[in-house]
Ligand binder design. Sequence first.
Ligand code: ATP
Ligand code: MG
Ligand code: MG
Ligand code: MG
Length: 508
Amino acid sequence: SVPTSGEIRQQFLDFFKSKGHQIVPSAPIVIKNDPTLLFTNAGMNQFKDYFLGNRVPTSPRVADTQKCLRVSGKHNDLEEVGVDTYHHTMFEMLGNWSFGDYFKKEAIAWSWELLTEVYQLDKDRLYVTIFQGDEKESLAKDEEAYNEWKKVIAEDRILLGNKKDNFWEMGDTGPCGPCSEIHYDCRPEANNDGHSLVNNDHPQVIEIWNNVFMQYNRLKDGSLQPLPAKHVDTGMGFERLVRVIQSKQSNYDTDIFMPTIQAIEKIVGKKYQADNSPLGAGGKQSIAFRVLADHIRTIAFTIADGQLPSNNGAGYVIRRILRRAVRYYYSYLDYKQPLLFQLMPLLAKQFEHVFPELKAQLDFVSKVTKEEEEAFLRTLGKGIELFESYISKVTKVNNETSSKSIIRPTTLNDENKLRDFDAKSGIINGAFAFELNDTYGFPIDLTQLMASEIGWTVDMQGFEEALQQQKNRSRAASVIDTEDWVTVNDVASSFVGYTSLETQTQIV
Ligand code: ATP
Ligand code: MG
Ligand code: MG
Ligand code: MG
């Protein structure tokens, strides 16, 4: 019989417990005390200080499942989510660690044992990669890993990978080293011929597990020194693992997401067609189901961890994801009332024994989500209307003028020019994008998303300029109006996180 996702998670933890690992809880998904990171994006985050030698681990071997979010910074997968079938915003990363204890031999043997003996995955669908070396850095091929893999898998299934895929670094300085990835060929017709599809963005030949071997320390001058104590840091995407064990063609077809999708079907009175190609019939609608089933988890777990939606920093990331979700059900599932909050009880129940914080805070999380939805729904319709009339106006102007000259507004105060600005079809005027943001609460990446859906882009420079002008205006205004309250009433300060966020989170 096919194991449930709950059983699969437990088997992972039990397996590493049997190999002497201490099982530890997930760290919060929201990071409060690290200026370099808004959200946990990998299992190793909470152990960073062990690798840097700033703290001594309680046990040299630990394992866990970690709530991760990849929507900002170095890892930003948002654009893929819902369009493909295996990148999520929030996902669980299963991991095992050795802090100066075991190294490649054990890590490799155990990952193979777990996948092929405990989970009984088909060996003819598995591929592994090792670091091929790098001449510029005088780094040798990872022969040690190669020799360990050779013991368990046919040599022609061990593929060489470059620095980008197979050498991991924590940052500009610090611990780093080669890694071995494990990939799985989910194609129904797979026949020992997936070699060239590995690490090639093939939707059915996907990476499931990364084993990082920290053996060097990168110094400020860029040189690499051998680490006195070597570490293992692994991360396996839980939803992907469940998908391959349950023999599904999409993460969303597993028992992790199906209950949520079925709940959405009931609420909106539409059927989810599991067409996994964005170009397939009903594409937008099925993407919407997947986006919702995905985004609801991010919203639920970040709020449960204490991050309220807001106008800056981590809170703004959450607000943007929530508004993005609202726009998907509004436009593609034709549902015009708060929907997300209705899914919370189901999610809380699903994760009751894994992440009990959601159930503990269910009422609060539901209330916050519902209020956010209501607030955005009040202006969303009007904003979409404006967006559409903008597009048709510009298209019309463009059709009427033979020249492709670009007309830009000379001043933002000119009402007419605000709307009639840009006669070059394909580019949304930045001042208009700003107006959508300022008046209707459209995060800029939502406008970018809507634009990209019709093959348009947004003039980001114009947007930034309009934003800057607004800041200057409100700064000036608050100085004049409320002399004693400059700091408190400085409207512009609520936007400060926005521009700094832009650099980290270019979300489409
Ligand atoms: P990919 O190449 O598929 O984007 P990655 O190399 O960026 O994955 P790692 O940083 O190596 O991922 O993270 C370890 C594991 O976490 C991956 O092997 C994968 O199984 C899983 N994973 C990574 N990103 C996501 C995501 N956005 N959604 C779900 N699982 C993910
Ligand atoms: Mg990635
Ligand atoms: Mg990868
Ligand atoms: Mg990887």
